[in-house]
Every structure is written in structure tokens, then in C-alpha cells.
Design a protein around this ligand. Sequence first.
Ligand SMILES: NC(=O)c1ccc[n+]([C@@H]2O[C@H](COP(=O)([O-])OP(=O)(O)OC[C@H]3O[C@@H](n4cnc5c(N)ncnc54)[C@H](OP(=O)(O)O)[C@@H]3O)[C@@H](O)[C@H]2O)c1
Length: 225
Amino acid sequence: MPETLDFDAAAGVPLAGLTALQALRDELGLKSGSRVFIPGGAGGVGTFAIQIAKALGAHVTTTASPRGRALVERLGADVVVDYTTQHFEDHVRQMDGVFDLLGGETLERSFGVVKPGGTVVSVAGLPEPTTARKDLDRGALLATLFWFASFGIRREAKRHGARYRYLFMHPSGAELSELARMIDGGRLEPVVDRVLPFDAIEDAFAHLEGGHAKGKVVVRMVDRQ
Ligand SMILES: NC(=O)c1ccc[n+]([C@@H]2O[C@H](COP(=O)([O-])OP(=O)(O)OC[C@H]3O[C@@H](n4cnc5c(N)ncnc54)[C@H](OP(=O)(O)O)[C@@H]3O)[C@@H](O)[C@H]2O)c1
């Protein structure tokens, strides 16, 4: 646990932080000077992703509504496209990679903004064969099912000369320690939207499902005095 966080803030780190780190560093291979597009940067994963991409030295473009603009700018986003009034394709092109947090139509449109040979990593689209083998350590049967499930998306990727990867985050103590060092060193700030008591867990899920959380929603299992 990072020494500089209380339990509420620390609870928000593992899932979102590891997802962002594995997508950006391990799958997209971001390094100094890389250009990455992160649609949906104001949420639980996005707020980690913007900061980790900046820490890796990348140039970051994200989308946010006016509700999230100030937050994603404060976290370091270089370019912010207001998705409520603008098409991101008008502002985003020739990206080295995309980290998709929204799936659906946004994912399909993302293939048009990467360079030929670039990669779109999604955590909100459909799993593909590598998800079964690499993330879930499963064999040919699941890989085949995922091959069929992702056929349309992979065809769209191929049409743009891009690669599609669906990441299923895997737990890693070593990577959690890296995140803790970044946090304690002041290079990564977990963003907590709200903390609710366990009695209000339905409200917590309702808020998340509303799709407008700014950072993580944390539920306290035991309410401290
Ligand atoms: N595969 C994995 O291992 C894995 C791990 C973690 C999470 N996930 C998935 O990753 C996705 C993102 O998770 P999350 O926790 O970051 O979600 P979240 O916190 O619920 O995201 C909410 C944010 O998304 C923004 N948003 C909504 N619609 C948008 C749009 N069309 N364009 C741009 N921004 C938009 C909202 O901004 P506004 O309020 O301004 O609209 C809000 O700030 C989810 O589908 C989750 O299930 C997968």
C-alpha cells in the first residue's frame, strides 16, 4: 500500500492502475515521444491512464465532456477533445496507439486515427484470441470462441492496417509496487470520485452505471469512526 495514501484512496488503485499500466506500457509499448489517444479519460481507468502515459513520456490526447475537462487537463492531457460537440477524428490522427475505454462505436472509429502498424488496445470491446492465451492462460477452445467474437473488430483493424488487442488485466504484486512508488514519489495521483459506506453500495453501482464518474468510486466495507 502506498505510504502516502489512506485506505479509501489506496482501494481505488489496483484494478484501474494495473489496467492502465499494462495497456500503455506492456501492450502499446509507449515511450518518450509516443503519441497516444485515450478516449474517455475522466473515469476510473482514464485518470490513471493519462498520468501513466505522461510518466512514460507520451503525448496524450483524450476526450472529455465539459464536466471532465478541468480534471483531465490537470492530470496532464496535452489535447482534450470535447466529445459532446466534436468528432475526435477531426482532431486526432496518426497516433502510435489508442487505449480504448469505451468500446462500441468509439472503438470502431478509433482504428481510423492510428498510424498504419499502430495498435488499438481496448478494455471495453470484445475479447480476441490473445486475451484467452496471454491474459487468461486458457487454451485453443476459448481462443477459438474469442476469434469468432472479435471477427468484425479484427476485420476493421485489418482494413486500417492496425492491430487489435483486448486486454484483461492480470494481477501483479510487482506492478502494484511500481504504482505505489509512483504515487509516493508524487508522479501519480489516484482520483477518487466519492467514498460511500457499504450500506450505500447500490448507490455506488448506480452512480458508476450512470457513466459519469470522475475517477474511482470507493465503497467502505467497515465504516471507521
Ligand atoms: N478488461 C479489463 O481488465 C478492465 C479493467 C478495468 C475496467 N474495464 C472496463 O473499462 C471501462 C472503463 O472503466 P472506467 O472505470 O474508467 O469507467 P468509468 O469510470 O465509469 O468512466 C466514466 C467516465 O467516462 C466518460 N465518458 C462516458 N461516455 C464517454 C464518451 N462517449 N466519450 C468520452 N468519455 C466518456 C465520463 O465522462 P462524462 O461524465 O464527461 O460523460 C466519465 O468521466 C469499463 O467498460 C470497464 O468495465 C476493463
